[in-house]
Design a protein around this ligand. Structure first.
Ligand code: SF4
Ligand code: SF4
Ligand code: SF4
Length: 360
């Protein structure tokens, strides 16, 4: 298939027909700023930060959605382009709290990043400012629409990826913002929100922020640990954000092979058990022989516990036969762990009595 040839900032590039200017520029290593655009979501073309100059075009063009054309000549960094981008940032800041010193998004906020890059310290546009009440009513994330830049990412991911259709833009003109049906809380009876947190995950500012993060560590202090969710057999990739050995929230990344950044409520928000005081972190040995729930347990080492289990399994097998023993595995284990358990049951103990917690 023949490609489309164009020039961007004096460099020639050939890309497939239908490629956007932004993607063609990326191929050349030219990063065009963008707020609403994400390469895993349909273009919204609302923020106008990604505008570029194209020879013979009268107006500036939104590069995130405009397709390349043969012979096109594009400039991404002219004084006219820079002036337009600065104006967008100033307009956004004209109705935005200057809250970065305590905002959990600071360090990972695209508005903060571009305001800094473009040296926009204040806004020349004075006027009305919103004072939306911050919605802290659901257990998972806060909704502070004073920090919303109307990029539409939350609505797109909710409608087109999660297919929950729990939120959309509500209101008109200056009062437009994302919201749930009848502007009710997301946890309302009529809401279709499943609290996957996808909207919070793609929000480029602090408008949608995980509650668990609040005052638990600045973005640059967090260690990012990539691992696999242990809730079910899908095996979604997750990223634990850790401060001083404590997980403060869970995020995901869009190039993850299994889930492509999507998570469900359990994977994203169900991590409090990890640091729960009741969690078993060492094997426990029952002191008596009565199997009473109130019976005392004492801590033991893994070596002692495994030695005892092996001894008991051997005794039972000798006395009653291998068929008297059964193994129950779990969806919370990895495929490899489940494979090992059935192999152990069949090859070592000699029984096919293997089942799974989902069928109990
Ligand atoms: S959303 Fe971004 S720009 Fe706004 S207060 Fe938070 S860090 Fe600062
Ligand atoms: S949490 Fe999930 S379902 Fe609820 S509004 Fe956000 S994206 Fe939609
Ligand atoms: S809440 Fe966040 S993702 Fe949604 S429109 Fe506002 S800034 Fe964009």
């Amino acid at each position: 298939m023949s490609g489309v040839n164009l020039t961007i900032d004096g460099k020639k590039v050939t890309v497939e027909k239908g490629t956007t200017i932004l993607k063609a520029a990326k191929k050349l290593g030219i990063e065009i700023p963008h707020l609403c655009y994400r390469d895993d979501l349909a273009p919204f073309s609302g923020c106008r930060i990604c505008v570029v100059e194209v020879e013979k075009a009268k107006n500036l063009i939104a590069s995130c959605s405009y397709p390349v054309a043969e012979g096109m000549v594009v400039y991404t960094d002219t004084p006219r382009v820079k002036k337009a981008r600065r104006m967008v940032i100033e307009l956004l800041l004209s109705d935005h709290p200057y809250d970065c010193m305590t905002c959990e998004k600071s360090g990972d906020c695209k508005l903060e990043k571009y305001a800094y890059q473009m040296a926009v310290t204040t806004s020349r546009f004075k006027g009305e400012k919103h004072a939306h009440p911050v919605d802290i009513t659901n257990p998972f994330f806060e909704r502070d629409y004073n920090k919303c830049i109307l990029c539409g990412r939350c609505v797109t991911v909710d409608n087109q990826v999660q297919h929950a259709e729990a939120i959309d833009f509500i209101g008109r003109g200056f009062d437009m913002r994302p919201g749930a049906a009848f502007d009710r809380p997301l946890q309302d009876d009529i809401s279709t929100c499943v609290f996957c947190g996808q909207c919070a995950g793609v929000c480029p500012t602090g408008a949608l922020m995980d509650k668990s993060r609040r005052f638990q560590g600045r973005e640059w202090e967090l260690e990012k640990v990539r691992t696999i969710c242990s809730f079910c057999g899908v095996g979604c990739n997750i990223e634990l954000n850790v401060k001083d050995g404590k997980i403060v929230n869970v995020t995901s990344w869009k190039d993850s092979p299994v889930n492509k950044g999507s998570l469900c409520v359990k994977g994203r928000y169900g991590f409090d058990y990890i640091h729960h005081a009741d969690r078993l972190v060492t094997p426990l040995l029952r002191k008596g022989a009565k199997r009473e729930p109130t019976e005392d347990f004492e801590k033991t080492s893994w070596d002692d516990a495994l030695t005892l289990i092996a001894k008991k399994l051997k005794e039972i097998k000798e006395k009653y036969g291998a068929e008297s023993i059964g193994f129950l595995s779990s969806a919370k284990c990895t495929n490899e762990e489940n494979y090992l358990l059935q192999k152990f049951a069949r090859a070592v103990v000699g029984t096919n009595n293997v089942d799974h917690c989902a069928r109990l």
